[in-house]
Write a protein that binds this ligand. Structure first.
Ligand code: AMP
Ligand code: ZN
Ligand code: FE
Ligand code: FE
Length: 303
């Protein structure tokens, strides 16, 4: 059996493996194809492509864009007027993967710039909050760490790493759970890109747009998730990531069913982040046919 992994991160975003070293790891993990899908940046794609060629691994140039999922729907079992429904309340996380993108596309470059701006205003705000809470780290330390790793974007994992290095937390997990995760006391929201813009930039770059890890939308009701997928399909979404390290086999099957009912593509990957996340490259054992189906659809695409 041959395998692929279509969701990975490098040091260009918040992984710990340099993009040029990912392909050798992929080959050793027995993978025939790998996608690099760094958060909001294409900075690692050229290096990774070269190294993939050397290693004889098929390469899928990609990106993972954080998008705005829009207002949250009311809870499924409650009639809408029973709920004090907060229109500002948002669904969980919506990440959209672009697969087979051109790394130097002008609209993707605009997306990257918008996301850099959003991070540049959010990251210092997180550090300010931490300082107010007595966690004494400086934003310069975060910038230094990111620079040393060659990161093109700065994310919360870099902040968490500095907190750990300075002894403010015992683990990266504690940094997120207590402080900077969505329920943490130093959490700051980040401006996200409207899903429409994320999908159209991915298409402009010649890629396929895939909803990453649907579980992270927080929509546990399959009907509600399907509703969101339908809305996004109307905006051009091409497929759903069904296999992912956060998905149980049962959930993956549920997502496969939604994709097949809506006649959409499926993808799968580990969401490898090197040492920063407890998942193995290739750990999802995604059959190479998943890559082949995506590749065929991409070649025939009319986006
Ligand atoms: P950011 O892009 O700055 O919002 O950071 C998001 C990244 O932080 C994700 O891609 C994960 O790599 C990491 N992350 C988010 N939540 C957690 C968590 N609870 N524990 C560990 N890492 C997390
Ligand atoms: Zn990440
Ligand atoms: Fe993600
Ligand atoms: Fe990811």
């Amino acid at each position: 059996m041959r395998y692929c992994d279509l969701h990975t991160h490098s040091t260009a975003s918040d992984g710990t493996t340099p993009p040029a070293e990912l392909p050798a790891l992929a080959r050793r993990a027995g993978l025939s194809a790998v996608a690099l899908t760094d958060h909001d940046t294409t900075a690692g794609l050229v290096q990774c492509a070269h190294a993939c060629e050397e290693q004889g691994v098929q390469f899928v140039p990609g990106i993972e864009v954080s998008a705005d999922p829009g207002p949250a729907p009311p809870p499924p079992e409650t009639a809408e007027d029973d709920v004090a429904h907060d229109a500002e309340q948002r669904r969980g996380t919506l990440h959209i993967l672009g697969l087979f993108i051109r790394h130097d596309d002008s609209q993707i470059a605009q997306v990257e710039q918008r996301m850099r701006d959003a991070r540049d205003s959010r990251n210092p705000a997180i550090v300010d909050k931490l300082n107010e809470l007595g966690v004494d780290i400086s934003y310069d330390d975060v910038l230094d760490l990111a620079r040393r790793q060659g990161a093109a974007i700065i994310g919360r994992p870099h902040i968490a790493q500095v907190m750990l290095d300075r002894g403010h937390v015992a683990t990266l997990r504690e940094a997120f759970e207590r402080y900077i995760g969505q329920n943490g006391i130093a959490y700051v929201r980040r401006d996200r890109l409207p899903a429409r813009d994320a999908i159209s930039a991915i298409h402009h770059a010649g890629g396929l747009a895939i909803m990453a890890h649907p579980i992270q939308t927080g929509l546990s009701d399959p009907g509600q998730l399907e509703q969101l997928v339908v809305q996004l399909k109307d905006l051009g979404l091409n497929g759903i990531e069904t296999r992912h390290s956060d998905h149980s086999p049962h959930l993956a099957e549920q997502y496969e069913l939604i994709a097949s009912q809506l006649n959409m593509l499926t993808s799968g990957g580990s969401d490898f982040h090197g040492d920063r996340k407890d998942v193995m490259l290739g750990g999802q054992r995604v059959p190479l046919e998943v890559y082949e189906r995506l590749h065929n659809a991409w070649q025939k695409r009319d986006t």
